[in-house]
Design a protein around this ligand. Structure first.
Ligand code: C2E
Ligand code: MG
Ligand code: MG
Length: 747
């Protein structure tokens, strides 16, 4: 408007000046006066105009929009300058070009309505514009194109009459188009997905997913929107971490990856059961929403494929009998854990467990009951596994546990003891057996091996190195290798020794405490090497037991003992009882009765001159079966002695149920009998109870006459010990016979 006025004023001035100059040229005499008058008049008029303008602007201050137009004209963003009374409006070149407006000569009110996409320009609407409530406009420009502009408005000048605002625009037409295309393509995508039974999720900026109707059907979910958290809670706890990690890594564009990620998750589904789903996820950065991203995913139910895979995995990695993992699986998981140890500095314990004398359970209770014991043992193991731990059956009666090591060196021992206690309880509660036990060897990972297999082998080494007794627990130590080599060498040479007749029986006399007469001998085995070295049975019998060489040894002892006794009888020595020692393998063998009978027949020994010594631990392994085996021996007429009585954990009440004929008081009571009143009382009580049951008693390890005297006075029937004679070879025993026939000592 102002431009027009200026233009008219300037034009009038130019015309007036021209007229004055023409008049002056035509009247040269008056020219000076006329031009002077004209100049004075112009100056006067300019003065009047200036003063009146000053007075006007002083009384009616208004806004000169032009002072800002120059600055904003060339800016590369859409700018609209406008006064709240619509008296002045200016749009910069960028905005004019986009709207297709060539001239600034337009209707202010209409232009404001158009640009801001508003119905009217009343005070309320203007307020809303200023407050940003009408921030987005949808405009159709002069070329009939749709435009979307987001406006941000700020006050730049205020007078009494009006306020001048500057609105800065952001043209998001392209974005809007892309979004529309995306929506369209998603709709098409959804449609095709639904037809192909693929669920779809698409994140929104409020931490929710829009989910396709197919995915809703899969989940049995009735809303098309599900929050990140709600979906997480439907995912199986084992798989939640994978999902949560993906979301947190991809929610913001800084850390998001544009690669396709495939997650296999179990999600609680329409039937309230977990189904396996393959979730292919992709994240794209979005220009909107403060750096948030768009996460999209296609989801397929893979339960049936997974079940097939699991079936295959099951067959390859599960132990059929116990239903827990097998050795293959243990090795796989173990190596993964080993790698973890190396990468993350973790440490694990690897424990190998062996059920003691399991073959006896199989022999005595039957194969199917043996399997039940294995199952029960296996299903208990999970209790001892800490987070990330693992258990498996690695062979026959051998199991393994991997459990985290949090720095407590005693943990494997404590765990092993707990397993042993629970196993014993299981024996009584569920299998009506007197006892079940297991031995444990353990090693530490990664310290005890260069890989998992080595660590496992070392735990197995430790198990082999245990003392061979029930419920033994043994930690791996590097020097064990030497011992194992020694043991396996020993095993080999023991086998050769049997072949080369290096095993000999020594005999230790048993004396009647009342008369001093020899009433029997105990056959005690010795290994005499060709160089004359004598190896104690305490050294090689346990090795023989582990390697099953014991069967050959026991057969030799039984036959040789019988043969020797018959020989002495034939030589005219007094008839005596030959005692032989049995291990649990010997005792629990199925054809025990037949084997003893055969030895008696072959040797021609009368059964009453043979006695079998059993330890109480051995007999109490399974009392019912032990009693039936004992009865078989007794049926032959062979005597039965309970060896080492008092060292096990039996109670005196067992004396009443076991069909024994002799009770051998352990040497440990005899050693203390003179000095320890408790030992004295125990021996006294045992002798009395045995007597009442018509069971004879013998004291082992009598070394001095006083011990013999006390025992005789307490009513003990027989004695055995160095006082009378050490275990000796047969020739020496013959001398003893002769001596004993001549002179008998009673202490
Ligand atoms: P055991 O059956 O309790 O045999 C008694 C052990 O005590 C024998 O040791 C014997 O020499 C020792 N002994 C006897 N009197 C005394 C004494 O007054 N003082 C001391 N300090 N010791 C005495 P040995 O012969 O070394 O046998 C040890 C164990 O080896 C036996 O204990 C038995 O369990 C086992 N054993 C020995 N021979 C055989 C065998 O032929 N077959 C089986 N299965 N085991 C055997
Ligand atoms: Mg014995
Ligand atoms: Mg003994």
């Amino acid at each position: 408007m102002k431009h027009k006025q200026v233009l008219i004023s300037v034009s009038i001035m130019v015309i007036a000046t021209m007229l004055v100059l023409v008049y002056a040229w035509m009247h040269p005499a008056e020219a000076t006066i006329i031009i002077s008058i004209y100049i004075i008049t112009v100056i006067f008029m300019l003065l009047i105009s200036g003063i009146s303008n000053a007075i006007y602007y002083k009384n009616n201050p208004t806004i000169d929009i032009m002072e800002f137009s120059d600055i904003t004209e060339t800016l590369n963003t859409e700018i609209l300058l406008w006064t709240n009374d619509c008296s002045a409006v200016f749009m910069n070149k960028k905005l004019r070009d986009e709207l297709g407006i060539e001239s600034l000569d337009f209707d202010n009110q209409e232009m404001i309505k158009k640009v801001f996409d508003i119905q009217n320009t009343n005070a309320k609407t203007i307020d809303m514009l200023i407050n940003g409530q009408l921030g987005e406009s949808h405009v159709t420009n002069e070329y009939n194109e749709e435009m979307y502009i987001a406006w941000s408005t700020s006050l730049i000048k205020k007078t009494k009459k009006a306020s001048l605002y500057m609105s800065t625009g952001f043209n998001f037409t392209e974005l809007k188009k892309t979004q529309r295309e995306l929506e369209k393509s998603h709709q098409r995508h959804n449609l095709s997905m639904e037809l192909s039974e693929i669920g779809v999720i698409l994140s929104r900026n409020d931490k929710t997913f829009q989910i396709s109707s197919e995915f809703m059907r899969m989940l049995g979910y009735d809303k098309p929107i599900i929050s990140f958290g709600e979906l997480k809670m439907l995912i199986h706890p084992n798989d939640r971490n994978a999902y949560a990690s993906y979301i947190s890594a991809n929610y913001n564009s800084e850390s998001c990856t544009s690669e396709i990620t495939n997650l296999e998750l179990q999600i609680k589904s329409y039937d309230n059961a977990y189904h396996w789903y393959s979730m292919r996820l992709k994240t794209v950065p979005s220009n909107e929403n403060n750096g948030q991203t768009i996460i999209g995913g296609a989801i397929i139910d893979i339960t049936s494929e997974r079940e097939k895979d699991m079936m295959i995995e099951r067959l390859a990695f599960t132990d059929e009998v116990t239903d827990i993992a097998n050795r293959n699986k243990l090795v796989k998981i173990g190596q993964e854990n080993y790698n973890c140890c190396k990468e993350l500095g973790y440490s694990y314990w690897v424990m190998v467990l062996d059920i003691d004398k399991f073959h006896i359970i199989n022999d005595t209770c039957g194969y199917s009951n043996g399997n039940k014991v294995l199952k029960a043992f296996a299903s208990n193991l999970y209790k001892y596994i800490s987070l990330g731990g693992f258990s498996a059956r690695i062979s026959g009666d051998n199991f393994a546990i991997i459990t985290r090591d949090y720095g407590d060196d005693e943990l494997p021992r404590k765990t092993a003891e707990q397993i042993q206690r629970d196993f014993q309880k299981l024996a009584v509660d569920e299998f009506s057996l007197q006892s079940l036990s297991c031995s444990v060897g353990y090693s530490r990972m990664p310290a005890d091996g260069a890989n998992f297999m080595e660590v496992l082998e070392h735990a197995e080494f430790a198990l082999k190195c245990s003392d061979g007794s029930r419920n033994s627990i043994c930690a791996y130590e590097s020097h064990m290798h030497d011992e194992i080599i020694d043991n396996s060498e020993l095993e080999k040479s023991l086998s050769d020794a049997i072949d080369n007749n290096e095993l000999k029986l020594f005999y230790q006399p048993k004396i009647d405490l009342q008369t001093g007469a020899i009433i029997g001998v105990e056959a005690l085995i010795r290994w005499i090497k060709p160089d004359g070295t004598v190896i104690s049975p305490n050294v090689f019998v346990p090795i023989a037991e582990k390697s099953h060489l014991i069967a050959r040894i026991s057969e030799f002892v039984l036959q040789e003992g019988c043969r020797q006794n018959v020989m002495w009888q034939k030589l005219g020595y007094p008839e005596i009882v030959m005692s032989i020692n049995f291990t649990s393998d010997d005792f629990y063998q199925k054809n025990l009765k037949e084997n003893i009978f055969e030895a008696l027949v072959i040797s021609g020994l009368d059964a009453e001159w043979l006695e079998v010594e059993l330890t109480e631990r051995l007999a109490l392994h399974d009392v019912d079966y032990a009693v039936s085996q004992m009865n078989q021996i007794r049926e032959l007429g062979v005597k039965l002695a309970m060896d080492d009585f008092g060292t096990g954990y039996s109670s005196l009440s067992y004396i009443q149920i076991l069909p024994i004929t002799l009770l051998k008081l352990d040497r440990s009571f005899i050693v203390d009998i003179e000095t320890d009143p408790i030992a004295f009382e125990i021996v006294n009580a045992v002798i009395r109870i045995a007597k009442s049951k018509k069971i004879e008693t013998i004291a082992e390890g009598i070394e001095n006459p006083n011990q013999a005297k006390i025992l005789r006075e307490l009513g003990c029937n027989f004695g055995q010990g160095y006082l009378y004679g050490k275990p000796m070879p047969p020739e020496q025993l013959e001398e003893f016979f002769k001596q004993n026939m001549k002179e008998r000592k009673v202490y």
